[in-house]
Ligand binder design. Sequence first.
Ligand SMILES: *Cc1c(COP(=O)(O)O)cnc(C)c1O
Length: 370
Amino acid sequence: MSVVPALEHVQALAPYQPGKPIEELAREYGLDPASIIKLASNENPLGCSGRVREALGQAAGALQGRYPDANGFDLKEALAARYQVPQNWITLGNGSNDLLELASLALLDSRRSAVYSAHAFVVYRLATQARGARHIEVPTRHYGHDLPAMLQAVADDTRLLFIANPNNPTGTHVPAAEVDHFLETAWQRHGHGLTVLIDEAYNEYLEPGAQFDSTEWVRRYPNLIVTRTFSKAYGLAGLRVGYALAQPDLTDMLNRVRQPFNVNVLAQLAARVALDDTDFLIRTHALNHEGREQLQQGFAALGLDYVPSHTNFVLVRVGDAPRVHEHLLRQGVIVRPVAADGLPEHLRVTVGLAHENARLLEALGAALAA
Ligand SMILES: *Cc1c(COP(=O)(O)O)cnc(C)c1O
C-alpha cells in the first residue's frame, strides 16, 4: 500500500502498458537501434503524409508564443465540411484517448457503471476506474463484441457503454446492420439515460464493403458519440489529435470537462492537412491490405491460429506468449503481449512494411522452434 493518500480506486489502477520503445530495447539488449523493428503500437509504417511534414516545417519556423485556438476553428471547419455536420457537433481531443476520458468525466462517478466488452481497448477500463465507477465487462463471442449481451448487461446505474469497432486488440468488426439494430434497441429501451460511445480508431482500414457512414447514426441517435483518430491511418500518433461527433447537447457536456487548450497548434494544423491528403490514405490502405495478407498467410504457414483482422494488426495465438515474446525481443523484433487483456496465449502484431513483416515471420518461426 502506498503512503500517498490517493483515492482507493486510483490506488487500484493498473497503469497502461505501452509498446516497448525501440531505444529502450536497444539499451536493454545491447542492440543497434537501426536493426530493430517495432510492430507493437499500431502505428503507420509509412510515417505521415509528406504534405503534413512540409506544413509542420513551415509552421515550426513561424511559431508564435501564443496558445492554440481553444475551439480549433480551422480543423473543426474542415471536419464539419467532411461530415456535413455543424461545428457544435464536434469535439477535438488530445488523441481520441482524451475523448474517452471526457465521456467518462461527464457521465461517470462512484454511483454509476459503464459497460464494455472483454478483450476490448484497455482505456475503457482505465477511464471507468479512474472515476470510481463500477465495471460491467461482457464476455466476447468469437473474440468479438457480443452486442445483444452487452445491451442485456446494462444495469439501472449504467450511463455509458463503450464499443470499439473495429476492436483492439482482437481486430474484429461488427457489421453495420448489427450496430444499427443495437443502437435502435438501446435508444428505444434507455433513451437519453444511456450514452453509447463507438470508438472507430481503425475505421479507415476497413474494406470498402464494410465502410459505413456512421455520422448517419449520430444524426439519428441523440445518445451516440462516435470517436475517430489521426493516430492510426493518418500516421499522426506522435502529435495526439482525435475528434468526437455527437449531437450538440452531448458535445456541450464533453466540452465542459475538456481542458481549454487540449490540442496544440501543430497538431491542429497537421490534422487539417492530413484530412485532405487522400492519396496518402489510399496508399496506407493498400499497403496495409497486402501486409495483413502477408502476416495472416505467414501465421497459417507456421500452423498458428489468428483472428481474421479488419485493422492494421493481427492477433495471433502462439501458446507460451511470454517465452515467444522474449525470443522475438532478443532478435530485435518488438510486438505486443496481450495477457493484460485476458489473452495470455496471444501476441498482437502490427502490420509493417513488407520486409518488416517478413522479418517478423522469420523471427517468429525461429522462436517457435527454439
Ligand atoms: C489507438 C486507439 C485509440 C486511441 O488512440 P489515440 O492515439 O489516443 O487517438 C482509441 N481506441 C482504440 C481502440 C485504439 O486502438
